[in-house]
Design a protein around this ligand. Structure first.
Ligand code: NAP
Length: 272
């Protein structure tokens, strides 16, 4: 196995933290981005506990100059576009400005980082770009409409990018986890309190309750990290990897279910 330089964004929690540790343990050079010194210290502690080396860089992914500085300094062989968050709320209730910032973080910034990394990968004659999408890159349900639409967008971009860079020895892979045990959804639910619920109180409450009820069913972030390793080390990686039982089942079944039926069931469950 060749030792690669792997840059993972958003590495102080959840999937990103599991990924930088797993990648380092496997013997690759593992660099993760964080947004504060405190977060860097948390990652350093986790790496010490695991007896591995993880480097960190401070990066807000929506800062274009910062992205260029980090990518040019590291010249990654592998870019894991992981940083992200969700917005929990009905489409009509989420302010447009918040939706735009979500699209910046989940769509424009990962693509910017990929564009910055591509010349280095081309020069090296090999590279791999991973996009942390979601089962919500395939299906969509309330109250995650804006999040699902951003994940759908990144999947479309990844599908085209994959064909555009294949001749340069660069692979583009989409990861599609279902529910993962991380702070992301609870945080999204907490922050949704600032949006006027106006008519969606009950459906938001039911969605929040379901997140808590299904916690036991969610995948461990390390399961996703292991698939990241598979995708970066495979000689011919798949275009997309569904991660977790829920993703495997729903991701495969949903194209066979007519919209009228999935709408009915979702509305019933969501109280809509
Ligand atoms: N959790 C799930 O169920 C799930 C399922 C499928 C896909 N995913 C995807 O997996 C990825 C990681 O999610 P997670 O569950 O591990 O979430 P998480 O535990 O909340 O971690 C998200 C990471 O992204 C960072 N981040 C967010 N916005 C950023 C920005 N503008 N600039 C730089 N860093 C930023 C966070 O940094 P701070 O700590 O500074 O905010 C944190 O390090 C996301 O893309 C998410 O959409 C998650």
């Amino acid at each position: 196995m060749k030792r690669r330089t792997v840059l993972t964004t958003g590495c102080n929690a959840g999937i990103g933290l599991a990924t930088v540790l797993e990648v380092a343990e496997r013997g690759h050079r593992s660099i993760g981005t964080v947004r504060s010194e405190e977060a860097a210290e948390l990652v350093a502690r986790a790496a010490r506990d695991r007896h591995v080396d993880v480097e960190t860089r401070i990066l807000e992914v929506n800062d274009a100059e910062g992205c260029a500085e980090v990518v040019d300094a590291i010249r990654p062989d592998v870019l894991v576009n992981n940083a992200g968050y969700a917005i929990f709320g009905a489409i009509e209730r989420v302010p447009e400005e918040d939706a735009r910032t979500l699209f910046d973080t989940l769509v424009f910034s990962p693509v910017r980082l990929a564009r910055l990394a591509l010349p280095h990968m081309r020069k090296a004659g090999w590279g791999r770009i991973l996009f942390m999408s979601s089962l919500f890159g395939r299906v969509a349900a309330p109250p995650l409409g804006w999040y699902a639409s951003a994940k759908h967008a990144i999947e479309g971009l990844a599908d085209v990018l994959r064909m555009e860079v294949a001749r340069d020895g660069i692979g583009v892979v989409v990861l599609e986890p279902g529910g993962v045990r991380s702070p992301m959804l609870e945080k999204a639910e907490r922050e949704s309190a600032r949006y006027p619920a106006g008519g969606f109180e009950e459906s938001n409450r039911l969605a929040g309750a379901r997140i808590r009820q299904t916690d036991f069913f969610r995948a461990d972030p390390r399961d996703v990290a292991r698939v990241v390793l598979t995708a970066l080390e495979a000689s011919s990686p798949q275009a997309r990897y569904l991660v977790g039982y829920d993703a495997q089942i729903i991701g495969r079944l949903s194209p066979m279910i007519p919209s009228w039926l999935s709408d009915r069931v979702t509305r019933l469950v969501q109280g809509l």
